[in-house]
Design a protein around this ligand. Structure first.
Ligand SMILES: Nc1ncnc2c1ncn2[C@@H]1O[C@H](COP(=O)(O)OP(=O)(O)OP(=O)(O)O)[C@@H](O)[C@H]1O
Ligand SMILES: [Mg+2]
Length: 256
């Protein structure tokens, strides 16, 4: 396997729960600087792939490589220290706390004496929100409580946090779930931002229109296997939709 441009690779990954095979031999590489979408029906195995990538699950069989190195992860911390961050809907943030506290939760900046450097954390968080994530609402400052943010803005804070800690790969599992159209647009903008900063992302979203508008490559998952994959220049949005509809109806991908 050529892993020179690879950030994360899965090699023949199998995952079973109580002897039921949920992933059946997944080979997948995420390259530097690309946004990859994982698409497929409910239960296809998308979230399970993410959990194997992030050390939540240990695969029944197969290997995970991060930056070319074979890793044997036992916890989410193991993937984090290697630059892989997952953004979960809502639950990643503490609602009653200010944005800056959320950005640095668990990884506070400390001064030489070991005290938390509040001033610097505030300043860094402010810069992150305005310059790197393009937060435009004047009503939001780093001192705003997360509880007052919209769903899309919460996702933005979570993505900003991942970027600050120099994540190379940011994984988003259904980040637009339950959001309005306007909020969804914000989240998609945040995802484009990830690539503009030269980082990689994996996006899971049931809405093909969302996926098509931000991803460079589409990996189609069907009952634990990769049924096909296409780069954006290989298919149009309509073709991708047709493929997904065909797959749903016939269980196969027709080549158009
Ligand atoms: N911890 C678990 N124990 C037993 N079965 C599991 C577990 N996690 C996932 N599964 C099963 O594995 C299959 C794939 O689940 P997964 O969550 O990966 O699907 P998904 O593609 O993310 O679906 P969705 O689009 O609905 O989120 C499902 O049949 C699910 O029931
Ligand atoms: Mg899922």
């Amino acid at each position: 396997m050529d892993l020179s441009n690879s950030l994360l690779s899965l090699e023949n990954i199998h995952m079973s729960f109580r002897r039921v095979d949920v992933l059946k031999g997944i080979d997948l590489t995420i390259n530097r600087g690309e946004v990859v979408a994982l698409v497929g029906d409910n239960g296809a195995g998308k979230s399970t792939i993410i959990k194997v990538m992030t050390g939540v699950h240990h695969p029944t069989k197969g290997k995970v490589y991060i930056k070319g190195e074979h890793v044997n992860m036992r916890s989410v911390q193991d993937s984090r220290t290697r630059g892989v961050e997952t953004v979960y809907q809502e639950r990643a943030l503490a609602d009653q706390q200010e944005i800056w506290r959320n950005v640095f939760a668990g990884r506070e900046i400390r001064n030489r004496l070991g005290f938390m450097d509040v001033k610097r954390q505030r300043a860094e968080a402010a810069q992150l929100l305005r310059e790197r994530m393009g937060f435009t609402s004047r009503a939001i400052t780093t001192d705003s409580e997360v509880a007052g943010l919209s769903g899309g803005e919460k996702q933005g804070v979570a993505i900003a946090r991942a970027l600050f800690f120099e994540a190379d790969l940011i994984i988003l599992d259904e980040p637009t779930m339950g959001l309005s159209l306007k909020e969804t647009d914000k989240v998609l903008k945040f995802v484009r931002n990830i690539r503009e900063q030269g980082k990689s992302a994996i996006l899971i979203d049931h809405n093909i229109l969302h996926v098509y508008s931000v991803a460079d490559r589409f990996v189609i998952l069907d009952r634990g296997k990769i049924a096909g994959q296409f780069t954006k220049d290989q298919i149009s949005r309509e073709q991708l939709i047709d493929i997904m509809v065909d797959l749903h109806q016939t269980g196969q991908i027709k080549t158009h």
